[in-house]
Design a protein around this ligand. Structure first.
Ligand SMILES: *Cc1c(COP(=O)(O)O)cnc(C)c1O
Length: 351
């Protein structure tokens, strides 16, 4: 049995990866000298401008430390405490945020919708809204879509538009959990605007950590009125970074030269390669179509155990409960090969 060396690449999460060189370089760059704190600095303003260029839209941008804060605070900002927030049954906001959206909204309830391949449908939204309209049930107020979804699929612009139309018909706001927005945009080859502003997204939580940052997500309001008092919400929740320029700087590293898209494409391509190699192994069954940077597979339990003994880490609690193999901005082809080799060995050993 060979243990994998510390620091060896893994497929557990895109959060296992380090900081991309562009973001690191910018951290150094903004480190020189003194700058105003709490976001009143040149670099933060510059990053916000680059987001406006990226989305080709007027928008208000806020930085928070992680995705849970971004989702919970943005959803809460659209809700009263007696409202309902619609999401997919496997949505991160429901399964992996420890009740933060309910907590920060002071009681708004998540209302779950089913849908194949981790995607909500307009019918699902319509059903949950019309199921109950009496005073005893929370009044639906916001729809949260995850792009790319928790199971690695990607909503098309047409699918998003249809969800927005359903939301609009019931006067619901549209929030997007974009922890892997870059991977979705890369898969679709779509301009960011086409899968946000153009399909009625009111607020987007744009993931940075999984795209190559150390820390920091951007909360981007396209609905400017909804952004009005959001800064207070961030501060009260402990999400206002005193030295904000170091979050902004990392984003500048990703945005300045299109690194965000390049890295997302790379992660997706590695997942495609992994998927391709796994296809030829009869004991391994694909669970979801690979669209972004994850591959979900079903394998015999002894094979999973054997891979873990060999030092590989991966999650088996997400979505369908199968193995999720996640590629990141820095995944190397050699790591994909090493994993597949060990998987084949594990199958031979267990025969
Ligand atoms: C990673 C992730 C988040 C953010 O998680 P944090 O750990 O709070 O940064 C949000 N949504 C989805 C779908 C994610 O995968």
């Amino acid at each position: 049995m060979t243990e994998r060396r510390p620091g060896g690449q893994q497929f557990a999460s895109d959060n296992y990866a380090g900081i991309c060189p562009e973001a690191l370089a910018y951290m150094n760059k903004v480190n020189a000298g003194h700058e105003p704190s709490y976001g009143d600095d040149y670099w933060t303003a510059r990053a916000c401008d680059l987001f406006r260029e990226m989305f080709e839209a007027e928008c208000e941008v806020f930085f928070v430390f992680n995705g849970t804060a971004g989702n919970a605070l943005s959803m809460a900002s659209l809700c009263q405490s007696y409202h309902g927030m619609i999401c997919h049954r496997v949505a991160h906001v429901e399964t992996d945020e420890c009740g933060a959206p309910e907590f920060f909204s002071h009681g708004a309830k998540l209302l779950m919708v089913d849908g194949e391949r981790g995607k909500m449908t307009p019918e699902g939204v319509h059903q949950v809204v019309t199921k109950r309209t009496d005073i005893h049930y929370p009044r639906p107020r916001v729809v949260s879509v995850t792009q790319a979804t928790e199971v690695g699929t990607v909503y098309t612009p047409a699918e998003l538009k249809a969800i927005h139309e359903a939301a609009q018909a019931h006067s619901l706001k549209l929030q997007m959990d974009g922890a892997r927005f870059a991977n979705a945009a890369a898969h679709l080859e779509a301009p960011p605007r086409a899968i946000t502003v153009d399909v009625g997204v009111d607020v987007l939580c744009l993931g940075g950590s999984k795209n190559g940052l150390a820390i920091g997500e951007a909360v981007i309001f396209f609905d400017l009125a909804a952004a009005e008092e959001f800064a207070y919400r961030c501060k009260q929740a402990g999400q206002l970074a005193a030295k904000m320029r170091f979050i902004a700087a990392q984003w500048l590293g990703l945005l300045d030269n299109g690194a965000w898209l390049r890295y997302a494409r790379h992660a997706n391509a590695c997942a495609a390669l992994l998927e391709e190699k796994l296809k030829s192994i009869p004991e391994v069954e694909a669970v979801f179509p690979r669209e972004a940077n994850s591959v979900f597979v079903r394998m015999p339990d002894p094979v999973i155990a054997s891979l873990r003994e060999k030092g590989w880490r991966f999650y088996t609690f997400i979505g369908s409960g199968d193995a999720r193999l996640m590629c990141s901005w820095d995944t190397e082809e050699a790591s994909v090969e090493a994993f597949v080799d060990d998987l084949k060995a594990a199958i031979r050993e267990r025969r």
